[in-house]
Design a protein around this ligand. Structure first.
Ligand code: ARG
Length: 457
């Protein structure tokens, strides 16, 4: 018999019962549900809304249920409508009439709004923690590669020389902002909605502040309709996770490219790559490809939430039950991806010679050649044009700027002398790019220190 049997003359159709039920996916919030109920029962007892003794019986009963689920003694009933109904029914089964008083001055609407916030606040902490770990993995690698010269690209064409450390630190900064977004989300989510009731608060003299204190929230939601109606905190988290996944996906895409024979900048550890069932020579970067693929899935979760919410009238609507599968999927996916990415990254071999050789080709020092003339007093546009002509001449002769004879340089400008070879050497090009944020080792060292300092805050 459903709990609303008094109003109804028939049992629910079995298909509707299954269709309606969310216990398959909301059971994972059982700890938070029970913790929330314990705080609610404590407050009801303290405010004299139920007897103190009954409040104690309820709390003991709830603690027993929590232990039994934790220890696998109590299993979820797949026929229960949701985790909230399951716990309440189990409580009443165990402690009798007192259990029936737990739901005084509460609705499932504010209960679920509370549970999902509590659950996600814990998840944010975990995602934050592993993202910090990933940043540390990156900074550790960067420290090893301050002088590992590689080509920097625009349009996937070799552009200017950088170092591998410099490239890695770009991702560290992106991830640092991802942490900032998680922190912002956490702050706004940290408002306690219980006491909103179904939508219009309650006539009981409840103490919402007390529940807030017991559960460790920053404050209480300020409007009962809003408290039960919005899921912006889920959307905000899905959005922060989507951006994080986008960063992880770009990093993955680069690793996929770097693993190819065309680049061969890195080699994945055998434990983090897969073979082909037919082509014996293959070593595939499946982990990174899956991260790229799963990013699409998380975007789907975000879109799901946005679309589900966009035309719901206030206050609660059952559509909102769909929030859970979407946000849980986003949270599970990002954790899975980061936790797999970290060991894959830290065991990856960097093939420095190939990076350096690639940087030595492709006229990656052409800007520096132009800058050489500028430093001798020539306007940049003129220097740019002369260097372009030099590059064309090199291509014609099948040489590079480093091996083009000085006579060819001098044909285009008197300002050139032997010094030019030093100015355009790969090492000079990188070492002299000392501007803040640039690739010179001392600049990148400062970037590493900055990121580590920010993480310590
Ligand atoms: N399982 C429901 C959900 O996740 C709980 C809230 C139900 N409220 C209601 N008025 N039917 O949204």
């Amino acid at each position: 018999m459903p709990m609303w049997a008094g109003r109804f003359s028939k049992d629910i159709d079995e298909r509707v019962n299954d269709f309606n039920s969310s216990i398959k996916f909301d059971a994972r919030m059982y700890r938070h549900d029970i913790k929330g109920s314990i705080a609610h029962a404590t407050m009801l007892g303290e405010c004299g809304i139920i007897d103190k003794s009954e409040s104690e019986v309820i709390i003991d009963g709830l603690k027993g249920i929590l232990d039994d689920i934790d220890n696998g003694v109590l299993e979820f009933d797949p026929n229960a409508e949701d985790i909230h109904m399951f716990v309440e029914a189990e409580l009443t089964k165990r402690v009798g009439d007192a259990g029936k008083r737990l739901h005084t001055a509460r609705s499932r609407n504010d209960q679920v709004a509370l549970d999902i916030r509590m659950y996600l606040l814990d998840e944010i902490k975990e995602i934050r923690e592993i993202t910090v770990k990933l940043i540390h993995t990156i900074t550790d690698m960067a420290k090893e590669h301050l002088e590992t010269v590689m080509p920097g690209y625009t349009h996937l064409q070799r552009a200017q020389p950088i170092t591998f450390a410099h490239h890695l630190m770009a991702y560290a900064n992106m991830l640092l902002r991802d942490i900032g977004r998680l922190d912002d989300t956490y702050k706004r989510m940290n408002q306690m909605p219980l006491g909103s009731g179904a939508l219009a608060g309650t006539t009981y003299n409840i103490d919402r502040q007390r529940v807030c204190e017991l559960l460790g929230f920053d404050g209480i939601t300020q409007n009962s309709l809003d408290g039960v109606s919005d899921r912006d905190f889920c959307i905000e988290l899905a959005s922060a996770i989507s951006i994080l996944m986008m960063h992880l996906s770009r990093f993955s895409e680069e690793i996929i490219l770097w693993c190819s024979w065309e680049f061969k900048f890195v080699e994945l550890d055998d434990a983090y790559a897969t073979g082909s069932s037919i082509m014996p020579q293959k070593k595939n970067p499946d982990v990174t490809e899956l991260i790229r693929g799963k990013t699409a899935r998380v975007y789907g979760d975000l879109n799901n939430l946005l679309s589900m919410m966009k035309n719901l009238p206030l206050a609660y609507n059952k559509d909102m039950q769909e929030d859970k599968e979407a946000i849980f999927d986003a949270v599970d996916t990002v954790k899975l991806c980061i936790n797999t990415f970290i060991p894959m990254l830290s065991t990856m071999t960097v093939i420095k010679e190939n990076m350096r050789n690639a940087a030595a080709k492709g006229f990656i020092n052409a800007t520096d050649c132009a800058d050489y003339l500028v430093k001798k007093g020539m306007p940049f546009r003129d220097a740019y044009k002369i260097t372009g002509t030099l590059v064309a001449r090199c291509i014609e002769l099948g040489v590079t700027l480093e091996t083009l004879p000085i006579s060819e340089y001098k044909k285009l400008s008197d300002s050139f002398d032997e010094e030019v070879y030093k100015a355009i050497s790969l090492d000079t090009c990188v070492m002299q790019r000392k501007s803040a944020g640039g690739p010179a080792p001392e600049s990148v060292k400062a970037q590493i220190e900055y990121v580590l300092r920010e993480l310590d805050k």
